[in-house]
Design a protein around this ligand. Structure first.
Ligand code: GLY
Length: 374
């Protein structure tokens, strides 16, 4: 294990104790946002389904607690019904099966998990639009809605499932699709200043760009902090798998935008670019995602560059631990003050399961765990 900041072992102890306690109430389910100390459960089809089992695997790799392993396995098995419901599957298959099946396969070599993850990778690859070189994000949300040309920045975290599938099978098709989608992101999503668009709509026939949309941020030209975090981490993973400098250069540019917009407590607001009269809520989940990504980025750059990203990742995680951690008692949810969907008014000051997951992942990275589920 590498040398770790002195608060990390205290934080890890809090995490393991709390996860042990709350695993007894959450069980083999799919929590999303916690309200009044209890996680509201989502359907297994929802994009967040992988985070609780993924978090259980993160703790299991350290404690080898068989009860946590069993819950993670039960969650994974429940996702089989989702895999058979074609119409409800969207691009978030990457999030869902990376943190369940790929994690299980990488840790314990489970062959059923490998099969499930490869099936998910094939289904994800099937969403690739060859005219516009993008992975279609969503299915229609409402009857008759046409989402066939929509791609979103979050998909950068779905690409690792494709890179993994190519490494695992020796078949380059998955990786080619991932790279082509990532190149579209470089061209159409990343702004010169390192901020990002959440949504870009393409003409699904001609493949040309139609428009960018504000999505979960404040407006078209604002800077949604979680989208920025998805870009940092996803681009860093693209570099990790391809070693193509353009992904690293862009990951660094987006990271510089993110770091330079952090407030005094190092935990971002929901959007970095807001009119002065808007009282922005925090999004602790954006901080946790970016922190874990920044720590990985620190391992990909030169020794001279690394401290910038490492220090920023550590500062964010330490602030989340000390100022946002919910460690006492049996309340579910580790990290307070996440914002799920501000424009829709959904969960704007809550623990979010992905904030919890990435906080624990970042902490595990600081403890020296090198296994990359992504
Ligand atoms: N992937 C959806 C979100 O970040 O809220």
């Amino acid at each position: 294990m590498t040398e770790q900041p002195n608060w990390v072992s205290e934080a890890w102890q809090q995490v393991t104790q709390k996860v042990n306690r709350t695993s007894k109430t959450i069980g083999a389910n799919f929590p999303h946002a916690s309200e009044n100390g209890t996680y509201i459960l989502a359907e297994p089809h929802w994009w967040t389904a992988g985070f609780w089992p993924g978090l259980l695997w993160l703790v299991y790799q350290d404690t080898k607690d068989a009860a946590l392993k069993q819950l993670a396995e039960e969650c994974e098995a429940k996702l089989d019904t989702v895999q058979n419901e074609y119409y409800r599957l969207d691009h978030d298959m990457g999030f869902m099966w990376t943190l369940t099946s790929v994690a299980h396969y990488k840790l314990l070599g489970n062959e059923d998990s490998k099969r499930r993850a490869l099936l998910a990778a094939n289904l994800l690859m099937g969403r690739f639009n060859v005219n516009g070189n993008f992975i279609r994000a969503w299915n229609p949300w409402t009857e008759g809605e046409d989402n066939s040309g929509v791609a979103i920045i979050d998909c950068m975290m779905n690409l690792p499932l494709l890179y993994w599938a190519s490494e695992e099978t020796g078949d380059p098709r998955f990786k080619s699709v991932a790279k082509r989608h990532a190149d579209t992101v470089l061209e159409h999503f990343i702004r010169n200043d390192g901020s990002v668009h959440h949504i870009v709509r393409f003409d699904p026939e001609s493949g040309s760009k139609v428009e960018a949309l504000g999505g979960q941020g404040y407006s078209l030209d604002s800077a949604w902090s979680r989208g920025t975090a998805w870009a940092i981490y996803g681009l860093t993973l693209c570099y990790h798998y391809t070693k193509e400098a353009k992904y690293l250069e862009t990951a660094k540019r987006v990271a510089h935008f993110f770091i330079s917009h952090l407030p005094e407590d190092f935990v971002p607001d929901w959007d970095f670019r807001l009119p002065a009269d808007i009282d922005s809520p925090k999004d602790s989940s954006a901080g946790a995602i970016a922190a874990s990504g920044l720590l990985l980025l620190a391992n990909q750059v030169t020794a001279a560059e690394a401290p910038v990203y490492k220090r920023a990742g550590e500062k964010i995680l330490e602030s989340l631990f000390r100022n946002y951690g919910n460690w006492e008692g049996s309340e579910e949810g580790l990290i307070l003050h996440g914002t799920s969907h501000f424009p829709d008014g959904k969960y704007t000051d809550n623990p979010l399961i992905y904030g919890d997951y990435y906080f624990v992942e970042g902490l595990a990275r600081l403890k020296g765990y090198k296994e990359l589920f992504w």
